[in-house]
Structure formats: structure tokens, C-alpha cells
Write a protein that binds this ligand. Structure first.
Ligand SMILES: C[S@@+](CC[C@H](N)C(=O)[O-])C[C@H]1O[C@@H](n2cnc3c(N)ncnc32)[C@H](O)[C@@H]1O
Length: 483
């Protein structure tokens, strides 16, 4: 394969040869993809202008249609691959080009890990102005397929037809259960097999689909807001191999859902729980206003390391179990606890990090805004005989100033938006000796670290891949207080 530089010059000279060099909306242009941009898209430059290309990999030479043009950048979609990148691989999934689930299935996994690390490095440098930090190679996920322990499939009365199906007069139209075309709320691809969940999940989905089709009850219309069946959520416990099927419906009709629950338990011994969440809300959220256990227990059980957790239909649990264990091991290593430390864990969820660290600390205080997560955290402590963790309910921004602990170590694992500025200030005032920052968004990680770097040395960052075939990346940073 010729070098990128050569292709790039070829590409731009081709464009210069055309009558009008500027990129125009609706136009099909030839591009050499030089890099991967955040959001999973390929990046090419045309006369200095960045063009972000859906479905392209660095090293590809493609023809792409421009569908958006702004002053400083354009967006395009691949029409034809003229010369594939050497890093392209055949996606396992037949829906890979259309489904919003995993946009990087066509990219070699080693290259995915490299781009994810680059993204962390570039965010730290460009957003946080942090250049001199060691960013380790990305820790790979133990499984690159079958890794997701939770999937949520939407029901649609009219499934979205794939391009090759449109011209087939025999094709079965009508209801579908699956995942959305990216950026759409009403276009649902009828997914027969999703390879990022364990294979049993596909069997369960197929079984439920057939039942729904013959149930006589209509599927909920995403535009009409009428109908019965709304979502099928599947959860799996990695270490215990138990499954939960959560049927989300618009009304309470036990005579319709109970036979399905009984049939599932009869056909699949692995199904430990069948739940029914009932919601009349228009918003497309799979959490019900009320919840019923139709069969088995109202939860499944899984482990993280030596600790056991009950996972109910709506409780938060990291979606890649071995990935979470790798992440928490890194947090433990970076926290460097010796048994005597007082620890504050901000954004503590269901208490999994405090419980994981409990043996190494004198005491741990977790702060979390969701009441059910706090209840789960307390219950998880009881179940695991952990007695040195306590949890404070509320917004970190409002609760942290009142917490009566002078921490030696702080663990911070915020949502994608990162920390509020006031929280960063309060953390700096508390001035723990060490901070371990866990982030699912390199941009906000970089922004928050920039605010902390006056007081802390940013010693090292470890990217951890929890979501193969997506562009998402977790990163753990170790910060030591400056002398
Ligand atoms: C990325 S999750 C981390 C959960 C946990 N550390 C884990 O590993 O499972 C972020 C958590 O922050 C909580 N959260 C979001 N905003 C918050 C806020 N303003 N104050 C307190 N907790 C918040 C969310 O409910 C969620 O549980």
C-alpha cells in the first residue's frame, strides 16, 4: 500500500484539478482518509478543511457524498471504497454499516486500541494543555465480542428496511425489535443477532420476537405512541451465567406477559428472572413507573472480583464485567492504599468501587445522586460483609462541602459531563495526597485535569477498553499532590 502522504497529495491534486476546489453539500468527492476523529469517523483534509467521513478508516481512499458543509468543516458519507485501508477487517455483523451500536467493527482491533489511546493523548494535549504525561497503551478488553452484559432492544411497528431489502418484493415488512439507526428515534433495525452480547442473548431475543408477533397485541408506535410492546431488555451475569429478561410494556396486562415469562423459564434454564416494567410515558426510556417480577427472582447475581452483587432490572452495573474488574484493579493499584487511609469516592453509583477497595482502607465515604443506587450500595455492603463504607445521597456539588472527612485519597468517577467547576475547586481545597480520576470522556477528563494541575502532578494515565468496536474509551489517571 502506498503511503498516506502520497495518497493525500493525489487526493488534493485530484480536487485541485476540478473546476471548483471547495467542498459543496450534495457533491461526491474523492478523499484519502488520513486519521480517525473522535466520534468514530474518518478524517480527511481538503484545502485545509477537515472533512469527517462516516464509514471510513484511516488509509482508505473513498468516494464520499458531502451531506453537511459548515465554514470550517464538512461531513460526508462513504459511497464507494476505492482502495481499502490495510486496517480494514470484515465486520462480523450484517448490520454494521447501519446500526448505531458499534461503528468500528470494520477496524482491526489493535488499531482500535491505538486510536483510543491517541484520542486520550490528544484530548489531554489540546484541551488540557497537558503534554508531558505518560499515557500507557490501552488495556484490551478480555472479550471483543459477546462482552456486553446488558442490551436494550426497541420495539417498532414498522422495522427499518436495509438498503438491499428495499428492492425485494418478498421481504417481510412490519414489526421489528432491535437497535436504532444512528441519530434517529423511529428507525429500528430488526436485529436477528447482535454479536456484542453473548450468543444466548440472541436466542432469547428470537424467542421473545416470535411470541410478540403471535401475541395479538400491537407493538408500540414510536410516533403514534399507541400499542403495547415497547422494549426488550436483556441482562446477563458473566460469572454466574444467569439471564434476566425485562419486558417493557405500555400497559399492565398480566394475561399477555405471564405466558411468555412461563415459556421463557420452561425453555431456558439460564433465565433466572423475568421482569415487566410498565410505562405510559412517551419518552423512549425503558424504566417503568411500576415493575413486576413475572418469574424467578427480581434480580440476577454477579461478581466483581471476590464480591457479589444483586443486579435488578434498573440498577446500574458496568456493562463489561471483566472490563470493570480490569478498571477497578487499576484504580486499586493507583490508589496505593495501605489500610490506614480515609477515602472519598465521588459519583459512587451502587458502591462497587468502595466495596472493591474496602479491605485496603480505614473508611470510605461515597457520594451519589440516585437514591436507588445508594440503597443498592448499602445492600451490596451488607451482602459482602463490608462495614467500613458509608454513602451520602445528593448532588456532589452540594454535598461535598458538608462531608466531615479529611480524605487521604479521593476517587472520582463522574458521568460524561465531568465535574462541576465548584466540585473541582472543593477537591483542590480538600487537597488529598492522591487522586484517582476515572473517566469515560477524554475531553472532560482533560478539562478537569487542567484545573487540578496547579496543585497536582498528573503522573500517569491508563486507557482501558470496555467497549470494543465503539470509539468509547475509559481512562484512569493518577494524580499526586505537589509538595
Ligand atoms: C460513571 S458512573 C460511576 C459509577 C460507579 N463509580 C461505577 O463504577 O459503577 C457516574 C455516577 O455518578 C452519578 N452522578 C451523576 N451526577 C451526579 C452528581 N451531580 N452528584 C452525585 N452523583 C452523580 C450517576 O448517578 C452515576 O451513578
Amino acid at each position: 500500500m502506498e503511503s498516506c502522504a502520497k495518497w493525500f497529495s493525489f487526493s488534493t491534486s485530484y480536487l485541485k484539478g476540478s473546476e471548483d476546489m471547495s467542498v459543496k453539500k450534495g457533491e461526491v468527492i474523492e478523499l484519502l482518509v488520513s486519521d480517525m476523529a473522535f466520534g468514530g469517523r474518518g478524517l480527511a483534509k481538503v484545502d485545509g478543511m477537515a472533512v469527517f467521513i462516516d464509514g471510513a478508516v484511516a488509509g482508505d481512499r473513498v468516494r464520499a457524498r458531502v451531506f453537511k458543509k459548515k465554514k470550517s468543516f464538512a461531513e460526508a458519507r462513504v459511497v464507494e471504497i476505492l482502495d481499502p485501508s490495510e486496517h480494514r477487517v470484515e465486520p462480523r455483523c450484517e448490520y454494521a454499516s447501519w446500526c448505531g451500536g458499534c461503528k468500528w467493527q470494520f477496524l482491526d482491533y489493535a488499531k482500535q486500541l491505538e486510536y483510543k489511546r491517541n484520542h486520550v493523548v490528544e484530548s489531554l494535549s489540546h484541551i488540557g494543555n497537558i503534554q508531558d504525561v505518560t499515557v500507557h497503551p490501552t488495556l484490551a478488553s478480555k472479550h471483543i465480542f459477546g462482552y456486553r452484559n446488558k442490551m436494550e432492544f426497541s420495539c417498532s411497528e414498522s422495522r427499518w428496511l436495509l438498503p438491499h431489502e428495499l428492492s425485494d418484493p418478498e421481504i417481510e415488512k412490519g414489526m421489528g425489535i432491535g437497535l436504532h439507526v444512528p441519530g434517529t428515534f423511529s428507525k429500528v433495525i430488526d436485529i436477528k443477532a447482535c454479536h456484542i452480547q453473548p450468543e444466548m442473548g440472541n436466542k432469547l431475543l428470537g424467542f421473545v420476537r416470535e411470541y410478540i408477533k403471535s401475541s395479538g397485541e400491537p407493538v408500540y408506535g414510536l410516533k403514534s405512541h399507541e400499542g403495547f410492546w415497547r422494549f426488550v431488555m436483556l441482562r446477563h451475569s458473566y460469572h454466574e451465567d444467569q439471564w434476566m429478561v425485562n419486558l417493557v410494556t405500555a400497559q399492565d396486562k398480566p394475561e399477555v406477559v405471564q405466558p411468555l415469562a412461563d415459556a421463557l423459564r420452561e425453555a431456558f434454564p439460564e433465565v433466572a428472572s423475568v421482569m415487566n416494567n410498565i410505562t405510559s410515558r412517551k419518552a423512549g426510556i425503558a424504566v417503568g413507573e411500576s415493575e413486576k417480577c413475572l418469574a424467578g427472582k427480581p434480580y440476577i447475581t454477579d461478581r466483581l472480583g471476590e464480591y457479589t452483587f444483586h443486579i435488578s432490572a434498573n440498577s446500574f452495573f458496568q456493562t463489561n464485567t471483566p472490563g470493570a474488574e480490569a478498571l477497578y484493579s487499576k484504580v486499586e493499584e493507583y490508589a496505593g492504599l495501605t489500610g490506614s487511609e480515609r477515602v472519598i469516592d465521588l459519583y459512587s453509583g451502587t458502591g462497587t468501587i468502595p466495596i472493591w477497595l474496602s479491605k485496603g482502607a480505614q473508611e470510605i465515604t461515597g457520594l451519589e445522586i440516585v437514591p436507588s443506587a445508594i440503597e443498592d450500595a448499602a445492600e451490596n455492603c451488607r451482602r459482602n460483609d463490608v462495614t467500613n463504607c458509608r454513602f451520602v445521597l445528593g448532588d456532589v456539588r452540594h454535598e461535598l462541602p458538608d462531608v466531615d472527612v479529611k480524605p487521604d485519597v479521593m476517587i472520582i468517577d463522574p458521568p460524561r459531563a465531568g465535574m462541576h467547576k465548584e466540585v473541582v475547586q472543593r477537591v483542590a481545597e480538600l487537597c488529598p495526597e492522591r487522586i484517582v480520576y476515572v473517566s469515560c470522556n477524554p475531553a472532560t477528563l482533560a478539562r478537569d485535569l487542567e484545573m487540578l494541575k496547579a496543585h497536582y502532578e498528573i503522573c500517569e494515565v491508563q486507557p482501558v477498553d470496555m467497549f470494543p468496536h465503539t470509539f468509547h474509551i475509559e481512562a484512569v489517571a493518577r494524580l499526586e499532590r505537589k509538595a
